[in-house]
Ligand binder design. Structure first.
Ligand SMILES: Nc1ncnc2c1ncn2[C@@H]1O[C@H](COP(=O)(O)OP(=O)(O)OP(=O)(O)O)[C@@H](O)[C@H]1O
Length: 328
């Protein structure tokens, strides 16, 4: 840590504490995430290293994408601690929304969603599932552009058949996809696009869409808001551990989403409802969402330019394992 001058604490969560810091060698402002327990000698060191390596490897794989926070270094310290050094970005979308206190206009929401979906598309193409997308884990830079952070829950999907099933209690409750609430351990990247649908709704409404108080309350809110989308006809449904829950048997009114967003354009609603399809097999992937008219319709006068278009050629993926090289 001697290379970094600690400035103020900027965040604290389940996995660690994040400080704003100055790199003494370059003068650059960075964010240093110290994984919980690091330096105090009371954690299982191997678990800590595994967590650090996974988070660093997922970040490293996505390095160069403008919508993903840039990993600068990953270190172990002598006391069994570990920390990640990242570019310092700025406040989270959650903080910005709290301070702003009102919804974003549709054109702004579209610009922000394009960036998030482009980041998600890139990470999914690389086989990375983020598994904790939420406004706290999206940062806003000095130009008002977004960067996804906190890969502490992320996993590489590749080769999964050969390994153990995923765990289902991932993603913060309000952003958790219905198949996860029903106990799925065989989910895919569409758990991330569900969370992005929740974020889109929150940008447009200025408040969380589904603020559940417990897993069952969350599932109830999901079904009451977007309908069940014939969830029980989905071929994967019968394999879900909680398929027998009475909440799944109850008859539900159709989706209320349109009533909740009456002024959203038809093209915007097409994306919102596509991301928030209850059945994972009917839910839009990030790549599919980006091909919908909301993003592509050249007739629309306020269609903004994709930020990543200019850097499409620059974004070259470096896949897992590379982070080992930067752990010192
Ligand atoms: N690169 C960064 N630049 C600026 N702020 C950051 C950066 N990385 C993280 N933060 C801030 O620190 C907070 C916590 O970071 P992060 O989510 O990575 O930690 P965590 O321990 O995994 O948190 P949680 O358990 O809440 O998910 C973020 O919400 C954000 O406000």
């Amino acid at each position: 840590m001697e290379h970094y001058e600690r400035l103020e604490k900027i965040g604290e969560g389940a996995s660690g504490v994040v400080y704003k810091a100055r790199d003494r060698r370059t003068g650059a402002t960075v964010a240093v995430k110290r994984l919980r327990g690091g330096g105090f000698g009371d954690d299982d060191g191997s678990q800590l290293s595994e967590d650090l390596l996974r988070e660093a490897a997922c970040l490293e794989a996505c390095r160069g994408h403008p919508s993903v926070v840039e990993l600068r270094a990953a270190h172990r310290d002598g006391a069994g601690g570990a920390f990640l050094v990242m570019e310092y970005v700025g406040p989270s979308v959650a903080q910005v929304m709290r301070e702003r206190g009102r919804p974003f206009p549709e054109a702004d929401a579209r610009r922000l969603m394009r960036q998030l979906l482009d980041g998600a598309r890139a990470m999914h193409d690389l086989g990375v599932l983020h598994r904790d997308l939420k406004p706290d884990n999206v940062l806003v830079d000095a130009h008002g552009d977004l960067k996804i952070c906190d890969f502490g829950m992320s996993r590489f999907a590749a080769g999964r058949a050969a390994t153990k099933p995923y765990t289902s209690p991932v993603v913060t409750l309000w952003y958790r996809a219905p198949e996860l609430l029903l106990g799925s351990t065989e989910y895919d990247a569409r758990v991330d696009t569900w969370a992005l649908g929740c974020i889109m709704a929150e940008l447009l409404a200025g408040a969380p869409l589904l603020p559940g108080r417990s897993e069952m309350d969350q599932l109830n809110r999901v079904f009451d808001t977007v309908g069940t989308d014939d969830m029980t006809d989905w071929p994967g449904f019968c394999r879900l551990p909680r398929a027998g829950s009475p909440l799944c048997q109850r008859s539900r009114p159709p989706s209320r989403l349109r009533e909740m967003f009456p002024s959203l354009s038809a093209a915007g609603f097409d994306v919102l409802s596509g991301l928030l399809a209850c059945r994972p097999d009917r839910r839009l992937s990030a790549a599919e969402a980006l091909r919908r008219p909301w993003f592509t319709d050249a007739e629309s006068p306020d269609v903004d330019q994709p930020r990543s278009a200019s850097c499409g050629g620059r974004f070259t993926a470096r896949v897992g394992g590379a982070a080992d090289a930067i752990v010192v």
